[in-house]
Every structure is written in C-alpha cells, then in structure tokens.
Design a protein around this ligand. Sequence first.
Ligand SMILES: Nc1ncnc2c1ncn2[C@@H]1O[C@H](COP(=O)(O)OP(=O)(O)OP(=O)(O)O)[C@@H](O)[C@H]1O
Length: 158
Amino acid sequence: MTGMRDIPLPDEQATAALGRMLAAHLHAGDAVLLEGDLGAGKTTLARALLRALCGEATMEVPSPSYTLVQVYEAAGTEISHFDLWRLDGPDALHELGWDDACEGVVLVEWPDRLGALKPDGALHIHLLHDGAGGRIARLGGWDGRLASLEAPRTGEAS
Ligand SMILES: Nc1ncnc2c1ncn2[C@@H]1O[C@H](COP(=O)(O)OP(=O)(O)OP(=O)(O)O)[C@@H](O)[C@H]1O
C-alpha cells in the first residue's frame, strides 16, 4: 500500500492519544480498519477513539466480541464498532446492519473478515509490537488524508 505512515507508540497512553487524535478527523462515511495480533492495543485505541467521538471521557465501551457490533451516536452520526473475529461470513454482516452502518462512521476490528465488502478509501491501522515493549501504528490508505494528521500528543487525561 502506498503512502504509509508509521507512528511510534511507546506506551498505552500513546495508543489512546492516537485514538483521540484520529477521532477529530473522522466524518460520516469514514471507515477505520484496525488490525493487530492479540494484545496489540486494538481495544485501547478503539476505546479512546469512541470516547473522544462521543465526547464522554469515562463512557463505558463494551467489547463487541460477542455481539459483533456496538452502535454509538455523536452529533447525529452513528458510529458502529465491529469486532468480526467470530463473523460467520459476509451474509451475517448484512444482517448486522453493515450497509446502513457505512453511512456513518465504522470502526472494524479483524477487517480481513470483510472480504469484498472492505470499503474503498478506508483508513487502515496496523498495530505492531516494536520489540521494546511498545507498539508502532502503521497507517495506510485514506486517499491522501494521512498527510494532514498531526503527531498525537501524549500525556493528556484519557
Ligand atoms: N503502545 C503501547 N505500548 C505498550 N503497551 C500497550 C500499548 N498500547 C496498549 N498497550 C497494552 O497492551 C495490552 C493489550 O492491549 P489491548 O487489550 O488494547 O489489545 P487488543 O489488541 O485489543 O487485544 P485482544 O485482541 O487480545 O483483545 C494492554 O495491557 C494495554 O495497556
């Protein structure tokens, strides 16, 4: 993928700060595809992003591991958080309301399960272990919008 950008995330606070920073750039119709092994930091990033989007720093953000999707609302826009690890195939995705969800903001964990439904122009985020206890966020896609992202600020209240 061209136009990739690596952001170092030395600790959990940096992962959360990246989530908050990204939230400020998201609009209806955006898709964020979040990849990473077990323990890579997907939940940390997703929770910070959703809390920032909804403007509620202490909001409960239940894992969609079993329900496959959790839906939030912010300023009239629906934000759908999918965890597709247990998805049974693309038909099940339609039953979960995928098509309507894409009119708002979608945040997808395990996006390889989307197959042909993977949205064009999505922001891809791959969280990788950096070998020193921290993580690296490898950002790609997003039709040139990556260049406009500022580096996340750490040290803010999460
Ligand atoms: N940049 C980071 N550096 C070091 N540790 C981090 C970083 N980001 C998150 N962590 C820590 O990594 C652990 C796993 O994070 P998290 O639960 O978010 O991962 P996950 O990808 O959702 O895992 P799973 O797929 O198993 O649910 C947590 O203890 C979290 O605090």
